[in-house]
Design a protein around this ligand. Sequence first.
Ligand code: ATP
Ligand code: MG
Length: 565
Amino acid sequence: MAAQVQRMSRLMVKTLRDDPADAEVLSHKLLVRGGFVRRTAAGVWSWLPLGKKVLANVERIVREEMDAIGAQEVLLPALLPKEPYEATGRWEEYGAELFRLNDRKGGDYLLGPTHEEIFTLLVKDQCTSYKDLPVILYQIQTKYRDEARPRAGILRGREFTMKDSYSFDTADEGLAESYALHRAAYQRIFERLGLDYRICAATAGAMGGSKSEEFLAPAAAGEDTFADCPACDYAANTEAVSFELKPVDGSAVPAVEELDTPDTPTIETLAAYMQVPASATLKNLLVKVDGEIIGIGVPGDREVDMDKVEAHFAPAAVEMVGAEDFEERPDLVKGYVGPQGLEKVTFLADPRIAPGTAWITGANKDGVHAKNVVAGRDFEVDAYVDVVVVQEGDPCPNCGTGLKLDRAIEIGHIFQLGRKYADAFQLDVLGQNGKPVRVTMGSYGVGVSRAVAALAEQHADDKGLVWPKEVAPADVHVVAAGKAAQTELALSVSEQLAEAGVRVLVDDRAGVSPGVKFTDAELLGVPTILVAGRRTAEGVVELKDRRTGEREELPVAEAIAKIVG
Ligand code: ATP
Ligand code: MG
């Protein structure tokens, strides 16, 4: 099928030599400099002709792979009524991230950040029998989230394009299958896009539900940190890394002994005074959840990850205990808290505080600590929770090897939601036996616009972008060095290539120096560059591989044959 020739003389593209002043990350710099996108407001972007082509290519790949698993494309509105989001509590829970607005009659609306509610209602309306399921619906649509720090260009927009899909099944096995279909489709999508990615175990977060995995694209600009095992295939978002609980034999540990340790309210002062490593001490954090004081114990050398603590108690809010709480509770001695002898305090602990392990910790008296305090003997742990900040070298939960930590961009996320949304809207279908069955759901997202930025992060060099083949704005960038004959040859080669189905961008601009054209070609990142230059009279052109920099001179017919393949 014949393709199109895009002449740069008629293309709206203004390339920039310098990085935009507000750009922090590579993709932002390059996409703006190459004239792919333009900032309209904080976190709100316009897609210019070349950028729109790349975005459309990403959309096409996503669409093809979603269609291939039998998903049906729909398009739901972005402007949504409040009521469904009130029914699930997300109208409130989403907090400041939700764009809320009023219509002229004062009615409350929102701009959809994700569409679980609306899809659930759609299926409730359309599907009544188990025979109507399973069904997978998707859309490629604009989402709105009033992100706290819209940064890094289109990596984190306040308006962005997402492919979101939702699966509806009558049984758990069906959900597992829909999830597996998505997982495989996402693997094909990211492979075709040319993104390097890892599938990581994730926490379900605000979405609710059980099993969830993230597709992370390693990149310095990424805002996620993931733990990667160098020895096995384990990879997980650091939010989801767990530590195996391994009870030890503590029967030989002598009885608890209290020690005067004046002026040692911090782990550092305590460790220095006792001349022990901080890891021998037990640090006890006190938080307040729904008015109840809860203790959380972690080894003294470890930091508590408050995001994990909040996720553990969500949707209940977590507060730190303050001076007034200590006043009210004289049993809690600031700086000298220990779980032994603490009453009326639920005590959670990191799995490193396993039964049988012995610790130096507060003795609940000012200036006094206790040693030989054994978990399971001297105090009970009500529940083990993974709340410490994961560190490089922490053991892989699978094989024990030291984990590596890397930065990455979240490009996709798949969830087994279960019945949370179906319960909120009583989404039932008539089962085989004539009785209603509650539907179980999955929800799955690809950051379509974010993928363009992730591609730019992973496929660039000091000269500019280097698009993978399937997403590139063209297959070949033909450069006419400048003279009339060169332009003539460039245009004729372009036509021939297009005839053969090759997408061509031809730089036929008059009055632009060859140097500027070459620099622009490298910045724009089309995979193959063909130059009609010095040897035009002989009918010889230069072919250059944008990625490897390899170049060769070939007669026109051979060059065309090589490109067409
Ligand atoms: P993040 O942790 O990066 O804020 P999220 O976990 O809130 O993302 P999901 O609700 O899982 O995102 O949305 C599905 C996908 O949409 C994400 O995997 C990501 O690729 C994309 N996405 C989410 N927020 C943005 C944004 N502000 N800009 C661009 N893409 C986004
Ligand atoms: Mg996510």
